[in-house]
Design a protein around this ligand. Sequence first.
Ligand code: OGA
Ligand code: NI
Length: 358
Amino acid sequence: MNCLQSWPEPIVRVQSLSDSGIHVLPDRYIRHPSDRPSFTPISTHANIPVIDLHSLLAARDARLRQATLDRISGACREWGFFQVVNHGVRPELMKSIRQLWRDFFHLPLEAKQVYANSPATYEGYGSRLGVEKGAKLDWSDYFFLNYLPESARDENKWPTTPESCRELVHEYSKAVVELCGILMKILSVNLGLEGDHLQNAFGGDDVGACLRVNYYPKCPQPDLTLGISPHSDPGGMTILLPDDDVSGLQVRKGEHWVTVEPIPDALIVNLGDQIQVISNAIYKSVEHRVIVNSIKERVSLAYFYNPKGDLLIEPAKKLVSKDRPASYSAMTFDQYRLFIRQSGLWGKSQVESLKCSQ
Ligand code: OGA
Ligand code: NI
């Protein structure tokens, strides 16, 4: 049997564990001491850059526009992460879609189980990534759905309750995909490539886009576990709509973790492994993780903008030279993703494994 058809052991919903009122974390969620939240120092001073996109989307002032492009370039090189404001996605839409998914996770367990997912496609209601038996588990549940390409979209797998779910997912997806298109142009130009380079490398109109809604229930012993293990996002670019009330996302900066403090109505942008490869490591997909707490649940929506699955992704020719040889060998995103779907998240080990030995 294909090892990706089913989970290796029965799925336990983290939300059910949390709701059961346990005071002691089950062993499956307890991390090795060196992987626990407090092991690596947390930097309290730094924060990821906040960038106002107004000058790119509306204003006509060329100097301001260039200054914004430069700030984005700096953020991509230095952090791989930034927050954007005035990004064109309506704040009311952001609020309603987050509330809608919060309501979904608050439905009775039976209502959600209808959407229980399998590792074959991951679409639906899930509680783990990877099929390795006995692996440590993250303290979160999620809902995963495909939006683009249209051929991969199956609305029958999207929730029917709350009632406006499908409609709002469409509306939010369109807005986020539009923002991604704009960011892809900006990143291309900033890299010294043609404006449509990244979009074309991703397959033009055939790009992939999928949504993972993360639900982090309250945790009785948050110091012993993680909401999501350290990882870099495997795809192209991620647009994260964080919880407006609870922080939890941490970004690696050298030897530290930096907790991202979301600002009102902002979206968080981060670069994935495929952009690291195409940019020949000028841009990095930065490692991040999520910590949980005992007081408040947290909901976030991660929108992944990915290359078409069967295209070879490799460093852009213009970014390869004698002084800067190609750092990675070519691979399709389908091949790349399969590895993660089997083994789960392991920091940056996967993109590192594509490195050419020189
Ligand atoms: C992810 C992710 C961060 C968060 O879904 O890949 O990194 O804050 N989520 O939920
Ligand atoms: Ni991520």
